[in-house]
Write a protein that binds this ligand. Structure first.
Ligand code: K7E
Ligand code: CUA
Length: 863
């Protein structure tokens, strides 16, 4: 096996043709030890991201019963974030600070707080049917709601509650220019909130599709401009919006054309039997452009719970609603990228059905109907609208598309397979086993009008034997499959440890434009400036009767104020602004025992509100390990009962230091500060000489460093004043604070310097870059550290150290032993007590290494 392995790998991405013998024998050994096949290693090479390498696609997965959205990368399948949506998420402070609570609580239903959600279908904002990485929408099936997530910071900014339906499933689907977000009911129920017995099912119970109007510029659903269409109680299911040819239309499945109502407890056959009795159910076809107009005239709609519902009658009269029989109990309905075909998974049928919108439209235009349903909705003939059916296997559920014309991938739930087929020719092309019981699947941007393909992700419901056991509740399994070749290739299994994701959507990472930090004082949930934004020097505590407002700031590494004193039962609000401007300098904030938390990314202002109903002393602290003095970033909340008498204990138990000891300590701090400042000055000199202002990223870091540095004079003045006043203790503490600022300045300054060096270094030629790789592969860095003497000599300038340096170095690498008796080399061997070994470099590699060393010399001045 290993014999046949070499040629495969030599041609592969994993190793350049110049791979060393040493390297592939290591590989062979690891493969043997870990029992990996060639295919495994190839799959690893296709998914592995070396440290620092970023993913090509970002995947947004519904979090199922967790009520959240999970974000991971492709091809690495590394998880990036869990976005709090319908459920509190403490890390982000979601549901624990006031700003996010306002969002979460806007999802309350009829006054009841809802703290969980069953998320099913995420979708991106679209332009011309193509994904735009501005917004993500997701539905909650259990408590029919839609959430809007702003992709500039991956935060949930809006939740709307459906006023007329009681559960949803066909959401959230987006029309091609994000005009509307579609949400369709699942289980029929009365629109109003009254009691209606099941005998009134056909008369009063209803389904509906809600068209939520999206205001793109505001990034918000406009509830007042949104409306619904009344539908029969057929148990509507998944939906999709038409595009291209079918623009303006939308399609929704259903599974209870029987209008069966169950009653197992009364001895009646169960729902599952009654609802799968008919051979066909109904595909609903409706035109949202016509409905939009109908919703402007009150004779076409009724108002329930303050919401407009266009009636079935009005929609039928206007030619905006039709039914087409579909194979019984279907599940997914997906419109092809060009909008011409509508593909429906059979679920209980082994077929997928392909409907041709052209044919549908012709029948509609000719008003050629096969009949009417009991609600008067025209029915179009199934056979006359079908392009055809393809026999795929057991339990076809969902579809996703490829960049190749006509190519589609369909999940088979019962068979645990993905079938690749062509919806135009109706031919099956390939199939692959997945593990196990797949629901949705998604190729990259696979449901947009321009699918990329490349990979398919299989969302497997069961994972049984795939992972280490973690108890009876198993993770879901998201499998990554390579679809670039004629045969699908399994690459990777990702256990999902948070809820049952139903669906994912994927987008090219380049289409996401996230902000690195907030504009100072931003309320991230509104995107606007927070009215309680507090800048340095504005920190204060305001009291108005029982209402106490604390305007606080956080910056490495203190919270200001550090002591907050309130009376028992005061209504306390702490507004906090993170004054940091540097990326990734997040602080968190909590008050112990009060069930509060906020996450403060740089520039963010958030707040916590609570009734101080418990008397005592409560530490509050920063919850992100933000600096070397993060543990010191805390303070105390004192809650005092104003009606109680307290006895005081002895104030201090420490003996005072002698004046000499104090003076010595003071001198030591001052000397340390001087030394630290020298380091800073050398960094500043370097930065200035190299015109750091020209590099925005470096400049941002330097600005941040100067922020810290700028606080020194004021602090230093306090120290000096303390010396004058004879308060040496105070002087030491203030000088200590000066040191804090110096250290933070130095920390950020050095980061700026490293960044600048990266900016300034000349780009490596291909040969030099190959040389660096050969250098690393050969393990040269084990002894030689560029820029510094290590267990071998520094190689900076090595080419200049010898006459005819390039040749000398090349010869030396080729056969070091030849030089062992050479005077210079002998001296080196003695000094380092090591001999340069023969690394068996090929000539080409040696040439490249010389190029690399030239590059090192060119950039030597940057160290
Ligand atoms: Cu689970 Cu789209 Cu809600 Cu199918 S759905 S599996
Ligand atoms: Cu701020 Cu830890």
């Amino acid at each position: 096996m290993l014999k046949s392995f070499k040629p495969v790998l030599l041609g592969s991405v994993l190793f350049a043709a110049s791979a060393l013998c040493a390297a592939d024998s290591d590989l062979e050994r690891v493969m043997k030890e870990r029992n990996l096949s060639e295919k495994d290693v190839l799959a690893a090479a296709k998914t592995y991201q070396p440290t620092g390498r970023k993913d090509d696609y970002m995947v947004f997965s519904s979090g199922g019963q967790s009520g959240q959205v999970i974000v991971y990368g492709v091809p690495s399948m590394r998880i990036y974030k869990y976005i709090g949506v319908f459920t509190p998420e403490p890390w982000q402070g979601y549901g624990f600070d006031e700003e996010s609570k306002a969002v979460l609580r806007s999802g309350s239903i009829n006054g009841k707080e809802i703290n969980w959600g069953d998320t099913h279908h995420p979708n991106f904002s679209e332009k011309n049917g193509e994904y735009v990485g501005d917004y993500l929408f997701i539905n909650d099936k259990a408590n029919p709601r839609i959430a809007v997530i702003n992709l500039s910071d991956f935060e949930t900014t809006q939740i709307v509650v459906n006023p007329v339906i009681k559960s949803d499933h066909g959401g959230s689907f987006v029309t091609p220019n994000t005009e509307y977000v579609i949400e369709t009911s699942q289980y029929a129920a009365p629109f109003d909130n009254d009691w209606h017995p099941i005998e009134e099912y056909q008369a009063v119970y209803r389904g509906a599709v809600t068209l939520w109007k999206f205001d793109y510029d505001k990034g918000k659903i406009d509830v007042n401009k949104s409306f619904s269409l009344e539908l029969p109680p057929y148990m509507q299911d998944l939906s999709d919006a038409g595009k291209g040819e079918s623009f303006g239309w939308a399609f929704t499945n259903s599974f209870n054309s029987e209008m069966y109502t169950g009653g197992i407890e009364k001895g009646l056959p169960p729902m599952e039997a009654g609802m799968s009795r008919n051979d066909t159910d109904y595909l609903h076809v409706y035109n949202w452009q016509i409905l939009e107009k109908l919703a402007q005239d009150s004779k076409n709609y009724k108002v329930v719970n303050g919401h407009r519902i266009v009636t079935i009658d009005a929609a039928v009269k206007a030619g905006a609603l039709f039914l087409i029989p579909e194979a019984k109990s279907p599940h997914g309905v997906d419109v092809s990228p060009d909008g011409r075909y509508i593909i429906i998974g059979g679920k209980l049928d082994t077929h997928a059905s392909v409907y041709d919108f052209k044919k549908i439209k012709e029948l509609i235009d000719k008003k050629e109907y096969a009949g009417k349903d009991p609600y008067g909705i025209p029915i179009l003939d199934m056979q006359k609208t079908l392009h055809g059916q393809a026999e795929l296997g057991l339990g076809p559920l969902h579809n996703t598309f490829d960049s190749q014309d006509g190519v589609i991938y369909t999940s088979l739930y019962v068979d645990s397979q993905i079938v690749k087929w062509n919806y135009k020719t109706l031919k099956v092309l390939d199939r692959i086993n997945v593990h196990y019981n797949i629901g949705h699947l998604d190729s990259m941007e696979g449901k947009s009008s321009k699918p990329v393909g490349k990979y398919v992700i299989a969302l497997d419901k069961l994972s049984i034997d795939r992972f280490n056991p973690i108890g009876p509740l198993h993770p879901q399994n998201h499998q990554l499959i390579d679809i670039t070749g004629p045969k699908m290739e399994m690459l990777y299994d990702l256990p999902i440890g948070l809820g049952e994701p139903h669906d994912v959507v994927s987008i090219a990472a380049s289409k996401l434009h996230t902000k690195p930090t907030y504009t100072m004082g931003t309320n991230s949930r509104t995107g606007k400036q927070h009215p309680a934004m507090t800048l340095a020097g504005q920190e204060r505590i305001e009291r108005d009767g029982k209402n106490v407002k604390v305007y606080a700031t956080a910056i490495r590494s203190h919270i200001n104020p550090e002591h907050i004193e309130v009376n028992k039962d005061d209504n306390v609000t702490i507004y906090m602004t993170n004054l940091e401007r540097a990326e990734d300098e997040t602080h968190g904030f909590t008050v112990d025992d009060y069930d509060l938390h906020m996450s403060l990314e740089p520039g963010k202002t958030a707040s916590v509100n609570f009734i101080a109903d418990k008397e005592g002393v409560f530490p509050f602290y920063c919850t992100e390990f933000c600096s070397a003095l993060h543990l010191e970033m805390f303070g105390y909340l004192y809650v005092k009962d104003p009606n109680k008498k307290y006895t005081s204990a002895k104030a201090s138990m420490l003996k005072a230091l002698s004046p000499e000891a104090l003076k010595a300590e003071y001198d030591k701090v001052v000397a340390t500060n001087k030394a630290t400042d020298d380091v800073i000055q050398s960094v500043v000199k370097f930065l200035k000489e190299k015109n750091y202002e020209k590099y925005p990223k470096v400049k941002a870091l330097v600005d941040d460093a100067l922020d810290q540095y700028g606080k020194i004079p004021e602090t230093k003045a306090k120290a000096d004043a303390a010396v004058k006043a004879g308060d040496m203790n105070g002087a030491i503490l203030w000088e200590g604070q000066v040191w804090q600022y110096l250290v933070k300045t130095a920390d950020v300054g050095l980061r700026a310097k490293n960044n600048l060096i990266r900016e300034l270094s000349t780009p490596m030629s291909e040969a030099a870059s190959n040389g660096e790789k050969a250098y690393l592969r050969g393990g040269c860095n084990g002894c030689h550290v560029i820029g510094q003497v290590s267990s071998g000599p520094d190689l900076t300038g090595v080419l200049l150290r010898h006459e005819n340096g390039e040749k000398w170095v090349a010869d030396f690498i080729k056969d070091p032993a030849k030089f062992y008796e050479d005077d210079y080399v002998k001296a080196m061997i003695n000094y380092f007590n090591l001999r340069m070994p023969n690394q068996h470099m090929k000539d080409e590699e040696i040439k490249d290494i010389i190029e690399y060393l030239k590059w090192v010399d060119e950039n030597a001045g940057l160290n």
